[in-house]
Design a protein. Structure first.
Lengths: 442, 141
């Protein structure tokens, strides 16, 4: 890490990020009481949910009382599609974001002006942790549009007063030219895209270290220490992790400082809990489980006890960087079967539905997710049997193409279809292992 | 007339070709001609065997199998022998899907298996032009 200088990194909001745990808890409780009442009064969904559970906003007297409230899940967000979970009046909405919706109904969230401010504050904290200052240029190569990644990073950069280049993802040649001709100091994108960029530079005969970058803030997908090492070696800069999800606010829910011992949660805005995904019990400090978030300040779409399905653990000890905010470890898995492939959310069930809809296919299949180079790949194995076997290589090739096309229509990304012998794949009965994720996130 | 060819789908995995041939051996089915069309992930094993119906029913317990009609013709075993047959098909715009040779040799002739996009037309053309086409009975004992 030749270009990293510790004096470049700083704490964006020391008053909040370094406040004593007692003061923070007091602030969280005050905000929790407020958001529960706000949601109960303004969102019929929460009103009914809490009435059914026999709990009133006034019952929240301590932070632990949050456990009186039922959890909400992505299914609840689907049921309230598009805007039935919004608490603020429509005239106060200034921006809308959405998940890709490849799983059927997308999750839509409207933001008020205040929410956009909170979001920018949170991503600014992360950018300050990598060393972004007012004089700097931040190249944002997350997707822009309904996806939260691009805008979140841009608002953070602008909050600092830095120049944000809304590069978006995809056009790699243009991106390479920009990084050379209009040098950015910092790069924000998915770690796999950053690796892909590094390789593209190498292929073009350029050392990525020659790009005058000073730091990278990477997220929107699961990654590992090995990928961090690779990224830091290739670009010669610090690679730090940023976490978030559209349902909560987008990227910036937690961000990693240069100490790299977990991602600091913006706890004054998001209250975290770790639960056992099976028993739904809140787990003791430091235990690994599913992380649940409550937005303490968001006014557009407050979520209270939202189950992320992301598996992690939380450390409440003060960090060497000086921040007192809790740190969550890398996401190591999911409590459901959701896959994130090339940044796109894919549920195996979507692929299964395609296979089941094709009469010529047996119901046996297997999904293999891998990362052979820097980018993810999905392989879908289906069986060739008496019903669909053709003696012709051309016909079998066409058959594979047809299946791949239907799956792409369903999930939005291309897959590789391979043909297996009859009875060789796990059947639908029992606990068949349908998905093999060969990517290593541990 | 056409003869029956047995096709078997094989994954490119160790032992699969052996397993399919072992199944045939266990019931004394003889292989007269054989070819494998392969891709990086799977292959199609095509065979002319002594009892195609029986072979099919044996193999389909474990493999995807099909029977297809192909032509088996005799060509002169000398330079240009096969070329003469293909020239005839080419002149008549018949596309050959695949072709492979028999294991055994009959007198001074070589035997090849042909699958074309129009087997009936090919059969007629070849017969009319003096090629000897192997009859079913001769190769399915």
């Amino acid at each position: 890490m030749t270009k990293f200088k510790e004096e470049d990194v700083y704490i964006f909001n020391p008053e909040r990020e370094c406040m004593s745990r007692e003061d923070l808890k007091e602030l969280q409780l005050r905000r929790l009481k407020k958001v529960v009442k706000y949601a109960y009064d303004n969102v019929p969904f929460y009103h009914n949910l809490y009435d059914e559970a026999g709990v009133k906003p006034g019952d929240i007297k301590t932070l632990e009382d949050i456990q009186l409230l039922p959890f909400i899940t992505k299914d609840d967000l689907r049921k309230t599609y598009p805007f039935d979970l919004q608490a603020a009046p429509k005239e106060d909405w200034v921006e809308v974001h959405s998940t890709s919706g490849t799983t059927g109904i997308p999750t839509v969230a409207a933001y008020t002006k205040k929410d956009i401010g909170i979001w920018g504050e949170c991503t600014a904290r992360g950018l300050a942790s990598v060393g972004v200052h007012k004089k700097d240029i931040v190249n944002v190569a997350y997707g822009f549009g309904l996806f939260t990644g691009g805008h979140g990073a841009q608002y953070g950069a602008q909050k600092i007063g830095a120049l944000a280049v809304p590069m978006s993802s995809g056009n790699t040649q243009k991106q390479m030219n920009f990084l050379k001709d209009f040098p950015a100091d910092f790069l924000c994108c998915t770690p796999s895209y950053a690796l892909y960029l590094a390789e593209s530079f190498e292929k073009a005969g350029m050392d990525p270290k020659a790009i005058p970058l000073k730091g990278g803030l990477y997220g929107a997908e699961m990654w590992t220490e090995e990928i961090r090492q690779k990224l830091e070696n290739k670009f010669g800069i610090s690679a730090q992790n940023i976490y978030g999800l559209t349902e909560v606010i987008g990227p910036g829910v937690s961000t990693e400082c240069h100490i790299k011992e977990g991602m600091h949660i913006a706890e004054d805005h998001f209250y975290p809990e770790i639960i056992d995904p099976k028993t739904l019990e809140v787990l003791p400090e430091g235990t690994e489980g599913e992380i649940v978030f409550t937005t303490l300040t968001k006014t557009g779409m407050p979520v209270i006890r939202y189950r992320t399905k992301d598996i992690t653990s939380i450390n409440y000890e003060k960090c060497k960087c000086g921040r007192t905010t809790a740190r969550m470890s890398r996401i190591t898995g999911r409590s459901d079967d959701m896959l994130k492939v090339k940044g796109v959310i894919v549920f195996p069930k979507q692929i299964e539905e395609v296979i089941m809809s094709m009469d010529e296919l047996s119901p046996a299949y297997q999904i293999i997710v891998s990362r052979p180079g820097t980018l993810d790949e999905i392989e879908v194995q289906v069986e060739i049997d008496q019903a669909n076997f053709s003696d012709s290589l051309i016909n079998l090739g066409e058959f594979k193409k047809t299946i791949a096309k239907k799956i792409k229509e369903a999930i939005g990304i291309g897959v590789k279809v391979t043909l297996a012998e009859p009875f060789s794949l796990p059947r639908s009965e029992g606990k068949a292992v349908r998905v093999i994720d060969q990517r290593d996130f541990s | 007339m056409a003869i029956k060819q047995l096709s078997v789908f094989l994954e490119n995995k160790k032992g699969r070709l052996w397993k399919s041939l072992n199944t045939l051996k266990s019931e004394n089915i003889d292989i007269r001609a054989l070819s494998i069309a392969d891709t990086s992930e799977f292959g199609i094993l095509r065979m002319i065997v002594s009892d195609p119906e029986k072979a099919k029913s044996l193999l389909e317990k474990e493999f995807a199998v099909s029977l297809a009609e192909v032509l088996a013709i005799e060509v002169e075993d000398q330079p240009g022998g096969l070329e003469a047959a293909l020239a005839l098909l080419n002149d008549n715009d018949v596309n050959v899907e695949y072709i492979y040779a028999f294991v055994e040799k009959k007198t001074s002739k070589a035997l090849v298996v042909l699958r074309t996009e129009d087997n009936d037309l090919s059969l007629k053309l070849l017969k009319e032009n003096g090629f000897s086409v192997v009859e079913d009975e001769a190769y399915t004992i």
